[in-house]
Design a protein around this ligand. Structure first.
Ligand SMILES: Nc1ncnc2c1ncn2[C@@H]1O[C@H](COP(=O)(O)OP(=O)(O)OP(=O)(O)O)[C@@H](O)[C@H]1O
Ligand SMILES: [Mg+2]
Length: 255
């Protein structure tokens, strides 16, 4: 469903993202990890078509972001780090506006908006002005705008950042629900700094460091010998690790 093919982004001398490739199948939930500045947001923005790659491309639900950008974008629900909310609009009118932009037919728009609000537990605040909502509720509106056109692919950039533990749990439950076997079965790539979140909802981990992919494996495999995700993260993102070739097994270097 998501194919990143040699994605690279340069800013002058900085390789923010450096030849990153991966392939994510239908229904997979992938945790996208890396320290601050590793290139997670940049990678996600390239896949969503918001930022043109310097090199490489991505294919989303069979649509190349260069050759078929409208279809590729249409297949994606994107929750950016800072969701583009309009504080003076009500939840309903904002979601209706987004649905219109995403090309949801007029007749279906109301149902789409109602469904997105139900799934994100927003129905109770549907007439409230977004600017007066708490941060957690605004985050839910961010999620609702990502799913309002029922896309098969979800790209979520730190979906639980800044939320309280209860809200974190609810958002996680929602993501798990969106990817549950049956119904829609979305494919999800989500970035996070919370390892417990990866443990709770992801089955596969992609870790990037200084723009390069350094780990791409099933969570089960990574933690089979009792290693924690924190240890894996530290091992691959420490200063020493950054000097290793990405494919060099860090286990050997560490022992
Ligand atoms: N428009 C830009 N111009 C110059 N450098 C940029 C630009 N956008 C991003 N960068 C740089 O690219 C690198 C990757 O940034 P990115 O936001 O993708 O990291 P991230 O992994 O999402 O980090 P965080 O965990 O802090 O969100 C950083 O060094 C950042 O400063
Ligand atoms: Mg980021």
């Amino acid at each position: 469903m998501i194919d990143a093919r040699g994605l690279s982004k340069r800013y002058g001398d900085l390789a923010a993202v450096d030849d990153v490739s991966f392939s994510i199948g239908k229904g997979e939930i992938v945790g996208f990890l890396g320290p601050n500045g590793a290139g997670k947001t940049t990678t996600m923005r390239m896949i969503t078509g918001f930022l043109p790659p310097t090199d490489g491309t991505a294919v989303v639900a069979g649509h190349d972001i260069f050759d078929d950008p409208i279809a590729a974008r249409g297949a994606i629900g994107y929750l950016p780090e800072t969701p583009p909310l309009y504080p003076e609009m009500t939840v309903t009118s904002y979601l209706d506006f987004v649905a219109r932009i995403k090309g949801v037919a007029r007749k279906q728009r109301r149902d789409s908006v109602d469904r997105a609000m139900e799934r994100t537990d927003l129905t109770g605040v549907n007439r409230q002005v977004i600017g007066t909502l708490s941060k957690g509720f605004r985050q839910r509106v961010g999620l609702a705008q990502a799913i309002v056109h029922d896309p098969p692919v979800l790209i979520l950039d730190e979906p639980t950042a800044g939320l309280d533990p209860l809200q974190i749990r609810e958002i996680r439950a929602l993501i798990a629900e969106l990817t549950a076997p049956g119904a829609a079965q979305n494919t999800v790539i989500l970035s996070t700094h919370i390892m417990a979140e990866v443990d709770a909802i992801c089955r596969r981990v992609i870790l990037i460091n200084r723009g390069r992919k350094v780990v791409d494996a099933p969570l089960e495999e990574l933690t089979a010998d009792g290693t924690t995700l924190e240890e894996i993260f530290a091992r691959h993102t420490s200063r020493d690790a950054a000097d290793l070739e990405p494919d060099e097994p860090a286990e050997e270097a560490a022992s």
